[in-house]
Ligand binder design. Structure first.
Ligand code: ATP
Ligand code: MG
Length: 353
């Protein structure tokens, strides 16, 4: 008997999209935020998952966090802390940006890691928050309490950024989507472009790396690995033990979305490799008001999160998929988006198509 209800720690857009994916499969999802009433949820007979690495701490989330059916329960704290995440990658001999625990020995950091350093909070950072770029003249801008609570990395002179989204089942089977090209701007994902078979050697290399991580952790579900590309090399930036923004294109560009794939994995339903036959583009809507004129192009799928629109906040995304790249470009050109925010990203997407 498969359990058919799932509680999600966190109630942001990822939880919402997991819920949407569960519906056609007859799977009930219960995203849990700060003010969830436990009596409304059959949590004792549910599988527990999470959509964020650090969820709101309430009496009810504490119960869920200790639940025997919380899949990957002991893996979350390990990956949520950048220090233990980096230690894991080092132990597996997987390449990452060179790093140290942040101490006030700045001279050592500069000597070992170079002239531009990236300081990242160990926990709680996202979308570029909790990060500082430091050159020798700017050290004073770091809050004092952050020593020991952050890591410091070398700045990697990357050619581009990609991610791999994959999943592992209870019996250890792994499946992967094609590598996704990602454009980050101001620490936040702006756009993704996927071609079904862009670089098979790199695909294979990335799959080996993520398999090694998931196998080592005995992980179950969807995991994302963000990488820097330097020549032919892949350097792991970070891991996400959950569905990931760079996998949103799979909602419309793959036979099985990352959200459904995660549910299949954690509920022990059939895990098969999602089929991807066409290029896809995902445009993140960041601080952009809802505009139904986007729908005038027939390729555009709108995913709106129903959140208050604020500058710098992810409020939705657009997915476009078609085998004819010229039509994708035409669709991108049809979008009414703030020029100053989107023109370089759209130009970037066109170069990838
Ligand atoms: P997100 O939640 O959007 O994934 P985040 O806040 O978790 O972001 P990171 O992924 O670590 O943070 O960093 C955000 C972006 O900053 C990266 O995608 C990359 O563009 C840049 N960056 C981070 N670390 C480095 C590094 N060591 N060298 C060069 N660029 C970096
Ligand atoms: Mg990231």
């Amino acid at each position: 008997m498969h359990l058919k209800s799932v509680c999600v720690l966190g109630n942001g857009q990822l939880g919402r999209m997991l819920k949407q994916a569960g519906e056609p499969l007859g799977i009930a999802l219960f995203p849990v935020g700060v003010d969830q009433d436990p009596t409304m949820i059959p949590y004792e007979n549910s599988v527990i998952t999470a959509e964020i690495e650090r969820w709101a701490d309430t009496p009810f989330t504490q119960i869920l966090a200790k639940h025997p059916h919380f899949i990957n329960r002991d893996i979350f704290p390990l990956i949520a802390d950048r220090l233990t995440q980096k230690e894991l990658l080092d132990e597996l001999n997987l390449p990452t940006a060179k790093w140290h625990l942040l101490t006030n020995e700045w001279a050592d950091h500069f000597a070992n890691l170079g002239d531009l350093l990236i300081v990242k909070r160990r926990t709680g950072g996202y979308d570029g928050r909790g990060q500082w770029r430091i050159t020798k003249n700017e050290i004073r801008e770091i809050p004092a309490e952050i020593y020991q609570q952050a890591i410091v990395e070398e700045a990697v002179p990357f050619d581009s950024e990609i991610s791999l989204v994959g999943a592992r089942s209870h019996d250890g089977k792994t499946v992967f989507y094609p590598l996704t090209n990602n454009l980050q701007q101001e620490g936040i994902l702006k756009m993704s472009v996927v071609l079904p078979a862009e670089n098979l050697a790199m695909q294979q290399k990335a799959e080996m790396m993520l398999s090694k991580i998931m196998d080592r952790l005995q992980y179950v579900g969807v995991m994302a690995m963000e990488c820097f590309v330097v020549g032919d090399e892949l350097i792991i930036n970070e891991l996400a033990p959950r569905v990931h923004n760079s996998g949103h294109w799979t909602q419309n560009g793959a036979s099985i979305s990352q959200f459904e794939l995660h549910l299949r994995a954690i509920l022990d339903l059939p895990m098969v490799k999602p089929v991807v036959t066409s290029p896809s583009v995902m445009v993140n809507l960041i601080g952009t008001p809802l505009n139904y004129s986007w729908l005038t192009n027939p390729l555009v799928h709108l995913h709106w999160y129903d959140k208050e629109v604020r500058a710098g906040r992810k409020v939705g995304h657009l997915n476009l998929t078609h085998h004819d790249r010229a039509l994708l470009i035409e669709a991108l050109d049809s979008l009414t988006l703030p020029t100053e925010q989107y023109q370089t990203a759209i130009a970037w997407a066109k170069t990838k198509l």
